[in-house]
Structures are given as C-alpha cells and as structure tokens.
Design a protein around this ligand. Structure first.
Ligand code: SAM
Length: 235
C-alpha cells in the first residue's frame, strides 16, 4: 500500500511513522509513505500557500494552485488513480468501518489543511472525499492524517503479529472490547476474575461477551440496536 501525505509541516510525521507497527510495516515493505510539502509548489518571494478569504472574515484560506501542482507532480494523468481524502471538520465522521474500507485500497492520498481550511475548488475540482476525525477543531490536518494512517495500516494483512487482534477488538463486532488482565493474579488487593483462570473456554467467552455488552451499554449505548439499550436510529 502506498500513502502520500500533503502538508506544510512534513517534520511532524517522522516521529510517529518511524516507530512501532508503522516502522515495522515499512520495513516489511507493506506500506510506502511519501511526504509532500506543498509549499515547494508556491510561487513568489514568500512562497505563500494561503490568502485572505473572499467575502471577508477572519483567517486565511489555502490557495488551490500549490496543491493542484503538488498532486500533478506525482499522480500520472493515465494509469491507476489514488483515493484522495481531505481531512476537514466538515467531512463524514471517521469510524472503524471506514478504516476497514480504506485498508482495501492500494493507494491513498491524504491532504492536511491549515488556517481556515481549503479553497472549496480544491475539494470540488479534485473530487476529494472529506473525512473528519471528530466533532472538534484542531489547528491542522496532520494529526487527523496520522489517525487515518495508523488505523488503516494496522488492518493491512501481515502488519499485526496476531491477525485476530484486529477482528476481536472494539467496534469490529458491534461492541466495545472486554476488559483484559495479565500477571500478577493479585495486584494491590485487586484480583484477576476467577473465570479467566478457570481454563473453561466457553465460560470465558460468555463472560467476555457479557462484559463487552455491559461496557457498551454504559459508555456507548448508541452502538447497540434499538431495544437492546441503543437509541432509535433512522439511518
Ligand atoms: N475553518 C474550519 C472550520 O471551522 O471547520 C477549521 C479549520 S482548522 C483550524 C484547520 C485544518 O485542520 C482543517 O483544514 C483540517 O485539515 C484540520 N482539522 C481540524 N479539525 C479537524 C477534524 N476534526 N477532522 C479533520 N481535520 C481537521
């Protein structure tokens, strides 16, 4: 899988891309990250990538020319085209299903905004899919781009040591994860539940399911179907 990231702060990425699973995925040749500073494509003495908004108002808006030219520098006119995503607070809200869908793609391009965001002709003209990582506003799209990268790359075959890790975790089967315990059996007066030490796999599976349902009902009832503690949903 190839992932290109457009940003004016490429220096924000190496610390995260070059550790843990993301580093291992690169070393195994399972992912190829390419960072592009679109300021390199800005014209003029100051290489401005932003300008004042038409219609007035605060802040600055990302100009279309440097971003179009940056994309044209590495995406061939003919041949396979990447799935292109702009990180914006106005986008569809990101979730695990979207991560799974994007993990099927061979080539992604992620655009990280800054200031007040993108000139709308960047979104419309390039037919970008807009994705938000949640209902809050960050200073830039770099952290959202890294959130997508991390959640997508770990789902690619061969990245996680134990493939079951990605199928038995929160959101993958409609519930939050169950509690986990490791050694020691007793820690500061707190015990590992007896059932987990029983060796009875059916009982353990039942306990984990009950715990997952209880946690979901308590913290995220919106994930449950109507009638099982979930809100009525029309979608
Ligand atoms: N004017 C925008 C608004 O009110 O929605 C906020 C722009 S924000 C300060 C600058 C950039 O950060 C955005 O262009 C986007 O790339 C990124 N960003 C901020 N919050 C985000 C979020 N929740 N999800 C994805 N990207 C976000």
């Amino acid at each position: 899988m190839r992932i290109d990231i457009l940003t004016i702060f490429p220096e924000m990425f190496p610390g995260i891309l070059d550790v843990g699973m993301l580093r291992i995925a690169q070393e195994k040749g399972l992912v190829d990250f390419r960072l592009h500073d679109f300021r390199d494509f800005a014209k003029g003495l100051h290489r401005n990538v932003d300008d004042r908004p038409f219609g007035g108002g605060p802040g600055m808006v990302l100009k279309p020319e440097p971003i179009y030219e940056c994309l044209e520098s590495f995406i061939p006119r003919d041949g396979p085209q990447p799935t292109m995503i702009a990180l914006t607070p106005q986008g569809e809200r990101y979730n695990q299903n979207m991560a799974q869908e994007l993990a099927q793609q061979d080539w992604l391009v992620l655009l990280a905004g800054r200031y007040e965001g993108f000139d709308q002709r960047i979104i419309d003209g390039l037919r970008l899919r807009e994705i938000s990582i949640g209902d809050y506003v960050l200073t830039g799209g770099e952290l959202p781009a890294l959130v997508l990268v991390d959640s997508i790359v770990r789902l690619r075959p061969g990245v996680l040591g134990d493939a079951d890790s990605a199928t038995e975790e929160s959101f993958s089967f409609g519930l939050l994860d169950h509690p986990h315990y490791t050694r020691p059996v007793e820690f500061r007066g707190m015990q590992v539940p007896e059932v987990l030490r029983s060796g009875d796999h059916a009982r353990i599976a039942r306990w984990r399911r009950e715990q997952a349902e209880a946690t979901t009902r308590r913290n995220r009832p919106d994930l449950l179907p109507p009638g099982e503690g979930g809100e009525r949903r029309d979608d």
